[in-house]
Every structure is written in C-alpha cells, then in structure tokens.
Design a protein around this ligand. Structure first.
Ligand SMILES: [Fe+2]
Length: 386
C-alpha cells in the first residue's frame, strides 16, 4: 500500500452499473483490509470473481513446527544449504517464527501451475537471487535480484520464474505490513525526508483481459491449504482503482542515513508491522566524526529478537557469514561485533554491506529446517582469549 493507483477502464463512480462488450454487466470486486475500515482496491471483472468450486484440503508449504527448544544462544543458519525447491508459491521452508510471523526461505525451480492466495498474511519477499514476473489479478509485476516484493494478503497471484537460480527470504506477517506511518505526511504522501519516494516503488501493470488456461486455485487460511477449481480465468480485470496491490522495491533504491557517530539500526527502517521492523543495510559512507567507532556497539535490545539476512559485501561487525546466512541474536543476552571487528573499524569510511534486518517482538522459535543448516560454531566465535 503505497498510494492510490488507477488502471484500465473504470466507471464514473464506484458501485454503479458498468457494462462491457454487448452490454454485459461487469462485476465489481472490492478487496478490503481491516474489515471495511482500511485500505482497499476495487477491481472490475468481465465475469463473476467469486465463481470457484468448494475447496478440498491440499498440501502447501509446511506449517512452522518448533524444534526442541535449545538453550539461549546467538545462532547462525546457512540457508544456501537448504533444499527448498518446488513451485514458487509453495516451496518455502519455515525457519523461525512467532504466533504472528514466519520467516522462511524458498529456492523454487518451477513456475506456479496454480494460482495462490495467502488468506492468512501479507508476504514480503526479498530476492537474494533470481527474478521473474509476479502475475496477479491486478497485473504483471517484473522483479529481479535484490528486490523486495510485497504481496498483500488476499491477492490472487502466481509466479513465472526467470531462467536463473532463485533464492528468496520470505516474511509472512499476520499483522498488516507496510510503510511506517512516520514516513507519510498528513495527506498520505511519502515525506520528502523519507528514505524513499513514490517513484521508487513499482506497481503491477494491467494487461488486457486474457484467457489464461490455469483453472486451479490454492488458498491458505488458518495455516491450512485448500484447492478449488475455477470456472474461468481470473485475469479478466478491465480496470482497478485503489491502494491495495503488490509492489516491488529495489533495496539499492533505499536512501541510507549516516551520522557523525553511529546511528542506531532503526535509521535503516524500511517496512513495519505491529511487532516487526524490516530494515535495509545498503552500501554507504560510514560515520564521519574523526574518532567515531563505525562498528555497531555491543547492545541489549531487551524487547526484540534480531535477525539479519545477508546478501552481499563484508558486514562490518560479523565474520564467517555468506550470502543467504541468517543470524539470530535473541533478546535476553547482549550481542555485538566479532572479536577484532570493533577495533578494525576505526578509520573506515565506507561499507559495501547489503543485508535485511528483522527486529521481532516475541521470542522466535526455530524449526527443524533451521536446525538442519545451523552453524554450530557461531556462538563461540564471539569469544576471544582473555
Ligand atoms: Fe543488534
């Protein structure tokens, strides 16, 4: 939800008769959030959008199940080691979760042959590797490596993958995810001092209605998956108007902030949901006071568990990580840089790090998938001989 968009043919007013070819009445489809109080989109279909068979249970991606609770420690998972292949929308493997949030990794190798609706949550993807087209009922949205890709809860879509390997971080948020309210002015525009502008976000582009042959729909609701048959192609929308739609945002379009001395990581905030902050670490100059310590200070953020998904570049405070690494530093114990990193940062003027950070309220649990790719030496790698 970035701003109101309008595409295609629309009637003069909402909820009035809108005829198509031959005088046939088109069908309004209101997609509303927070009941009827939140952002919404109205799409106009050539045919009835609610004509699907009753659902039958089917398999989707695994529900997050807790592995036996380990002791509290800093942890590191190498997601490149996961075999998370399959159809794009259904291939994700959950690694860490709370009751409101699931963090997964997907490495799909097949385009979807069904449409997918996540009826439980918003999905935020970060494309570590890969690209393709998100094809939704509101139009086509190409995406590429290092894009964020946001798919709002309830939007029918499928992925067509490009011919490149895919490796995605997937954040599934049951609380509404979007632009932090502080980045908007009272009219809803992104403020001029926000870390991005309206032009940085890409919306789907509506094509002319076409008869795609896929007739299978998979819906996730209540952490269960249902499959139903469609009587016609859902891509029969002639126009839509509203603020609920998928969008893409290239992480390198994030405008970083730098201070004379080290600023807290919240200055890199990109998206938020109740109980979640998503932050972007992008290449940038470092703190510019002559005696600044550019490396992050050891700290206890006592309310939040901290995850970092590493994309590329040397991360100032960490070693032993690789693209696709996911570190988990839980609240309850302090964390900080690796031995030597603090001292080595003195005098550094620039970082090339590229990473996504998730600050999560509530104690994250981990799944067996995470355990299977854990770097067991990570916690002890922070010790130095005294
Ligand atoms: Fe931290």
């Amino acid at each position: 939800m970035i701003e109101r968009q309008r595409q295609g043919d629309l009637p003069r007013k909402h909820h009035v008769a809108f005829q198509g070819t031959g005088g046939r009445l088109r069908h309004e489809h209101c997609i509303t959030r927070q009941g009827f109080d939140g952002p919404y989109t109205i799409a106009y279909h050539e045919r009835r959008p609610h004509q699907a068979g009753a659902g039958t249970p089917t398999r989707g991606f695994p529900a997050p199940e807790p592995a036996p609770a380990p002791g509290l420690a800093r942890r590191h998972y190498r997601s490149a080691g996961l075999s998370a292949a399959g159809f794009a929308s259904l291939s994700r493997l959950p690694l860490l979760f709370t009751s409101q949030l699931t963090v997964s990794v997907a490495r799909p190798d097949q385009s979807d042959t069904s449409y997918f609706v996540n009826g439980d949550a918003d999905d935020l993807y970060f494309v570590l590797e890969g690209g393709g087209v998100l094809r939704s009922v509101l139009g086509d949205l190409p995406f590429a490596q290092h894009d964020y890709l946001f798919v709002p809860k309830g939007i029918l879509h499928r992925f067509e993958l490009g011919s490149v390997p895919q490796h995605w971080l997937v954040v599934e948020s049951k609380t509404p995810l979007g632009i932090p309210p502080a980045f908007r002015n009272p009219l809803g525009q992104l403020r001029m001092d926000a870390p991005y502008s309206h032009r940085d976000f890409r919306a789907p582009v509506l094509a002319s209605p076409f008869d795609e042959r896929i007739r299978n729909l998979v819906v996730k609701r209540g952490d269960a998956f249902s499959e139903s048959a469609l009587t016609h192609s859902p891509f029969d929308v002639v126009g839509w108007d509203g603020a609920v739609y998928p969008f893409a945002f290239a992480i390198r379009d994030y405008q970083p902030r730098v201070g004379a001395v080290h600023l807290p990581p919240t200055v890199h905030t990109t998206f938020s949901a109740p109980g979640l902050l998503v932050s972007s670490f992008v290449p940038r100059p470092l703190d510019f006071a002559p005696d600044a310590v550019p490396c992050p200070y050891p700290h206890s953020s006592v309310d939040l568990d901290e995850l970092i998904f590493y994309a590329s570049g040397d991360f100032t405070s960490r070693r032993g990580i690789e693209p696709g690494s996911l570190s988990h530093h839980p609240a309850g114990i302090p964390h900080g840089p690796h031995p030597g990193a603090y001292e080595a940062s003195l005098g550094k003027t620039r970082t090339e790090e590229l990473a996504v950070m998730l600050d999560v309220e509530g104690a994250l649990q981990r799944t067996q998938f995470a355990v299977s790719v854990e770097d067991g030496e990570y916690h002890s790698s922070f010790f130095e001989a005294l």
